[in-house]
Write a new protein. Structure first.
Ligand SMILES: [Zn+2]
Length: 381
């Protein structure tokens, strides 16, 4: 079983939209009240907080479930406490939200009673909803342009990978080529790097303007830019992970490097590089790969990353000098020569139990931006 969040667009009627608006507003008010009380009493433990504010929240007009959700939100985590809750989202659980597959809508308990709100689904969402065993609840959110979304929390059945057979494919990740597979496919970042630098510079420029002219327009621009780079990166990672996993069959194994070590290997100086480096979230990419692979019945194995780019896949000779350049590998012992990233990917595959050298053909180079069009789902990480 696996839990997954699926974002769907809602198509409320104007009356329904007004009811959603009121529910979200009241929910935020409830959260802010709970937050105030929690601060006054210095008490953020959920149980204690419940006793302090539950009755207040109920008398404000929140349903029992929404009151519980509001307390959960305020009492949730240490260290990452909000100072104030904006009326932009509201959580529902299994009792206050249910999915109606027959007419592609969700039933929500709002301050105006039970509403049946139609959803606008794409093929991806339809497929995921079909596979879902159950819906555990969801989060209603309002986008910046006033659109309404529901982030459904789904429980999915995960296929058990067939044992035996299946190929092992190694994946090497880098800065220049985002991904190189031992099966011969290489994905270049294309414009990813330059676009991120562009977004970063633009953001820095607006940031400095904020100091002198703190107008509403500039603040808005700053907020908009803040999200843009993160969304761009998130989309890129999803696209790449999907492409890699879709190219494998159930029962195959994807071998990756144990990513915690990769950081030190590619350590770079300079603020731009450092920024890109830190925002290349290996751990996040790995968990993306793992969850997409699990849904497809593909195993993910992490291997020792040491010297994967220096070891000769033909004779095993390992030496720094084998790596002639960023792009070229040439064994000083046996003369074997190939694309350096592909050599690393092949070594990674072998460490995960692959036999043979994979497909020893020139890499096919793809651009990450061309892997597929923007998906209708917008991934949450
Ligand atoms: Zn060799």
């Amino acid at each position: 079983m696996q839990t997954l969040t699926l974002r769907c667009t809602l198509k409320p009627t104007p009356e329904q939209a007004a009811a959603l608006e009121e529910t979200v507003r009241l929910f935020a008010e409830g959260c802010n009240h709970a937050l105030r009380v929690a601060r006054e009493h210095g008490e953020f433990r959920r149980f204690k907080l419940h006793h302090l504010v539950y009755n207040d929240l109920r008398s404000m007009g929140l349903s029992a479930n929404l009151a519980v959700q509001a307390i959960a939100r305020v009492g949730r985590k240490k260290g990452s406490r909000a100072r104030f809750y904006q009326p932009t989202s509201c959580a529902f659980d299994q009792r206050t939200l249910s999915l109606r597959r027959e007419d592609e809508s969700v039933s929500l308990t709002t301050t105006a009673g039970r509403l049946i709100v139609p959803m606008k689904l794409g093929n991806y969402q339809r497929g995921m909803l079909k596979r879902a065993r159950s819906v555990q609840g969801g989060v209603l959110t309002r986008g910046p342009k006033g659109k309404w979304y529901i982030n459904l929390i789904l429980r999915l059945e995960v296929p058990t990978p067939p044992t035996g057979g299946g190929k092992v494919v190694g994946l090497d990740m880098g800065q220049r080529y985002m991904a190189t597979l031992s099966s011969g496919i290489q994905v270049s970042g294309g414009g990813v790097k330059s676009r991120r630098i562009h977004l970063r510079n633009k953001r820095a420029e607006v940031r400095s303007r904020l100091d002198t002219e703190r107008t509403r327009g500039v603040v808005r621009l700053w907020e908009r830019l803040t999200g843009r780079e993160a969304r761009f990166l998130s989309h890129t990672l999803h696209t790449l992970a999907k492409h890699i996993v879709d190219g494998l069959e159930p029962g195959d194994t994807l071998a990756i490097e144990d990513l915690t070590h990769l950081r030190s290997r590619t350590a770079k100086r300079g603020s731009v590089e450092r920024h890109l480096h830190h925002l290349w979230p290996y751990a996040r990419f790995r968990s993306l790969l793992e969850y997409k692979a699990a849904l497809r019945g593909v195993r993910v194995v992490a291997v020792d990353p040491r010297h994967t780019s220096q070891e000769c896949p033909r004779c095993g000779h390992t030496e720094r000098g084998n790596r002639r350049s960023q792009a070229l590998f040439r064994c000083t012992a046996c003369g074997f020569q190939h694309n350096a990233d592909w050599v690393a990917a092949t070594n990674i595959a072998r460490r995960a139990g692959s036999t043979g050298m994979g497909r020893c053909k020139p890499a096919r180079i793809l651009r990450v931006s061309s892997l597929h069009r923007l998906p209708s789902e917008s991934p949450r990480l």
